[in-house]
Design a protein around this ligand. Structure first.
Ligand code: PLP
Length: 390
């Protein structure tokens, strides 16, 4: 009996599995493990959002099949959010689509827009879903290296002519996971020009658009004149409102692309539970003070952890957005060797950079989405217990 397609067999093994095995063994041995590998906010979903969900659950009409594209209230709320935050006008009916989390939308977009053998330009290192979704759509992922020397931005001039002829899509992700890098509107202008020149669809993943500090405000690619002709942007409630488990996000921008995705989705899923959409609409349009409050918490953790890493000679720098620190491993280590050494000496789990693509080799990622007291405990262990002989 055939139990696996060639397509699925071609997906590389899940690299986080090794780390999970290491963690399980240590926990069984009674070691107090601090997992700085996960990117799931410890801070709770704000009460007013939870309350809105419970309220909407009482209405029987909300418990039926949701509408495919998302309810009016949610799509309008996303449009209002874009107008208020970026001064970008969106038509809620054609330029906004509700998603079961942005990961779901990214995964289903590729088979909706590319054909087998088409090239997809994507950052390296990157959120692993871009690469895997490309493979699952029988596409070819072409790495655009992100280097510290270029502030972790891709160099569009480096993409070869042959690749450009076959490329249909380009992924961008700012504020970036895993690098923490941010961009300004001038970069998006360059990206839109490049995409128009080569007839590419730009997929901008803005999962961390609201998780920013130090007065930095992340721009949207849709602020660029004409961007809607060439780009879509994914957004998520998961990170800014600590709603990872709720599974709700959206995609906005080019209406033909959104139409394709909605056709695909209407054949494989049936949308987001309506009470969740209504609570998400409320989150986007009501009091935003929890967002700045949470960002302040992440920023303090960031500063404390960066200082601790610097004190043992690691060249970590604070990011302006997101809740990750991305730093080079000390000389003489590979990413995996360093992460293993840190774990053996301190019981702290970092993520080896190579998990995010070959360009991540030589780096590690650390997440600040765990409670303060565990962050401080990790900082103590790094300061006192880590001997890496720099
Ligand atoms: C967390 C994350 C997502 C997925 O968010 P969901 O809306 O929860 O699916 C997408 N992109 C990046 C870069 C992320 O880190």
């Amino acid at each position: 009996m055939k139990t696996r397609s060639t397509r699925l067999s071609n997906i590389p093994p899940y690299k986080f599995a090794e780390i999970q095995k290491m963690k399980k063994k240590a926990l069984e041995a009674g070691i107090d493990v601090i997992d700085l590998g996960v990117g799931d906010p410890d801070l709770p979903t704000p009460n007013h959002i939870v309350n809105k969900l419970t309220e909407e659950l009482q209405n029987p009409a909300n418990l039926k099949y949701p509408s495919f594209a998302g309810c009016q209230e949610f799509r309008k709320a996303v449009a209002v959010f874009y107008k208020k935050t970026y001064n970008v006008e969106l038509d809620p009916d054609t330029e906004v689509l509700a998603l079961i989390g942005s990961k779901e939308g990214i995964g289903h977009l590729l088979p909706s827009v590319i054909d087998p053998g088409d090239y997809v330009l994507g950052p390296d290192p990157s959120y692993p879903v871009y690469r895997m979704a490309t493979l699952l759509a029988d596409g070819k992922y072409h790495n655009m290296p992100l280097e510290a020397a270029n502030d972790f931005k891709p160099n569009f001039d480096q993409v070869g002519e042959e690749v450009l002829k076959k490329a249909k899509v380009m992924f961008l992700n700012y504020p970036s996971n895993p690098t923490g890098a941010t961009v300004d509107i001038a970069f998006y202008k360059q990206a839109v020009d490049f995409a128009q020149q080569h007839d590419l669809l730009v997929i901008s993943d803005s999962a961390y658009n609201m998780v920013t500090y130090n007065n930095y405000i992340a721009p949207s690619i849709l602020e660029v004149e004409g961007a809607k002709e060439t780009a879509v942007e994914f957004g998520s409630l998961s990170k800014a409102y600590s709603m990872t488990g709720w599974r709700v996000g959206y995609v906005v921008g080019n209406k033909d692309v959104i139409k394709s995705l909605s056709i695909y989705k209407s054949n494989v899923d049936t949308g987001v539970f309506t009470p969740i959409q209504l609570a998400a609409a409320h989150a986007l349009t009501s009091d935003q003070s929890s967002v700045s409050e949470y960002n302040h918490v992440y920023k303090q953790r960031m500063d404390t952890m960066v200082e601790a890493l610097q004190s043992i000679g690691i060249a970590a720098k604070p990011a302006r957005a997101g809740f990750f620190i991305w730093a080079p491993v000390p000389d003489g280590f590979t990413s995996e060797q360093f992460v293993t050494t840190v774990f053996e000496q301190t019981g702290i789990i970092f993520t080896p950079g190579n998990i995010f693509g070959p360009g991540g080799e030589g780096y590690f990622r650390l997440s600040l989405s765990i409670p303060n007291e565990r962050i401080y405990e990790a900082v103590e262990r790094i300061r006192q217990g880590l001997e890496i002989h720099l």
